[in-house]
Design a protein around this ligand. Structure first.
Ligand SMILES: Nc1ncnc2c1ncn2[C@@H]1O[C@H](COP(=O)(O)OP(=O)(O)OP(=O)(O)O)[C@@H](O)[C@H]1O
Ligand code: NI
Length: 384
């Protein structure tokens, strides 16, 4: 039996009241984050990843947003029951956020050192001198060269990658139990991305924290996740240990996502069709209009419940083909469990074929596609 998770989200529903109707951005999401664990939420743009992460500490603007239902239990305490004031105290103390654009986390008119000192002193009664020493130490630990000298620099004097390091130092200032990082590397160029990811990995161990990493990039997931939550149109399609999900992707959506990874499936694949309307989603499984395995049962009623994959309660999938008495081989193909790729896995079913898991090198290509390369110049300035 595993210990009680640090964070436990149950049936979270977050909606936005808009002129076009009610947007069910997060529609019944459940997952846990264990202590010291990295959980990745992955899914296409618009699937509800950010809204999930921001619902945890109530960063959702209300109105138009509203956390309509669900439990968010953090270290034994239901956050949805806390006052705004109590939650504000928790945010940036025990739970910290890092965002895609570090610019937003830093105030342009103050030096980075001063901002980290303020973050420390806001949550802890320490002298200015002690806070200053800690801030320099934090800058040093997130890999800012000559931290003592750079303490007095302003945000604009740092490159994109260095700025993100500073915002991570700010997030760590209060020694949080949970760090929620929403696409923290997407705005950075590829080499810097990898540095930031491995930095987060190192810091997690060093600070003994849990990390919720939000990304649309399965390559990143393969590198850092312990567990994965695959979201689509506000719903969780599949979740489980990273090894299980990569080795035995069970929802057709997960399989389609993995097929888009170079080195798996046919690599160049993209998923046909697009996300359904956020105000008027289809009945049944939200993915059914794009699913090659859809049958009548997929088109009616609610999103299917979570079914255990091969009797494993830690690996669940929301797909009718996995209901008791169902036939998952419809999705997986006759006993072939690795990848969805008939194209790749000709080795017949032991699930450890050439295209199988955790082939992280492939991720570079995927990531490179979605990026600009402006970061590298800025980084050169940094060293100047
Ligand atoms: N303030 C808002 N008002 C109305 N709808 C919103 C608002 N914020 C988010 N949404 C909607 O909620 C849904 C989920 O958005 P969210 O930003 O969580 O997606 P995401 O998975 O993080 O996507 P991305 O990968 O692009 O960041 C989308 O349909 C989005 O349009
Ligand atoms: Ni997002």
């Amino acid at each position: 039996m595993s210990a009680e998770p640090l964070l436990s989200i149950r049936d979270l529903r977050t909606v936005f009241h808009t002129d076009d109707g009610l947007v069910r951005a997060v529609d019944g999401v459940s997952f846990d984050i264990g202590r010291g664990e990295t959980v990745c939420i992955v899914g296409e743009s618009g699937s509800g990843k950010t809204v999930t992460g921001e619902s945890i500490t109530r960063l959702i603007r209300t109105p138009p947003g509203e956390i309509a239902a669900g439990e968010i239990v953090f270290d034994g305490q239901d956050l949805t029951a806390l006052s705004d004031e109590a939650l504000r105290a928790l945010r940036g103390d025990r739970i910290a956020h890092v965002f895609q654009n570090p610019q937003g986390a830093l105030n342009p008119v103050y030096t980075v050192g001063w901002q980290i000192v303020e973050a420390i002193r806001l949550h802890e009664d320490v002298s200015k001198g002690a806070a200053r020493d800690r801030a320099v130490d934090l800058l040093d630990r997130v890999g800012i060269p000559e931290a003592t000298r750079r303490f007095d620099d302003y945000p604009h004097e740092f490159s994109g990658g260095m700025k993100q390091r500073v915002s991570i130092a700010m997030a760590l200032a209060t020694n949080p139990d949970l760090l929620i990082a929403d696409e923290p590397t997407t705005a950075l160029d590829v080499t810097i991305q990898n540095q930031i990811l491995s930095l987060l990995d190192d810091l997690q161990t060093e600070f003994d924290m849990s990390v919720l990493l939000i990304t649309h990039d399965l390559g990143v997931v393969a590198e850092v996740a312990d567990r994965v939550v695959v979201m689509y149109a506000g719903k969780v399609m599949e979740r489980g240990g990273v090894f299980d999900v990569f080795e035995q992707p069970s929802h057709p959506y997960t399989r389609a996502l993995l097929d888009c990874l170079p080195g798996r499936g046919d690599g160049a694949a993209s998923i046909g069709g697009r996300l359904p309307s956020s105000t008027d989603p289809p009945a049944g499984c939200r993915f059914h209009p794009r699913c090659e395995h859809a049958v009548d049962a997929c088109r009616e009623g609610e999103q299917p419940p979570d079914y255990a994959v091969d009797g494993d309660d830690d690996h669940v999938v929301s797909c009718v083909h996995y209901e008791p008495g169902g036939d998952p081989s419809v999705v997986r193909g006759g006993g072939d469990d690795a990848g969805s790729g008939d194209a790749v896995d000709d080795d017949g079913g032991d699930g450890r074929g050439s295209g199988a898991v955790g082939t992280p090198p492939a991720d570079r290509t995927l990531r490179a596609e979605s990026l600009g390369d402006d970061g590298s110049d800025a980084d050169r300035e940094d060293r100047a």
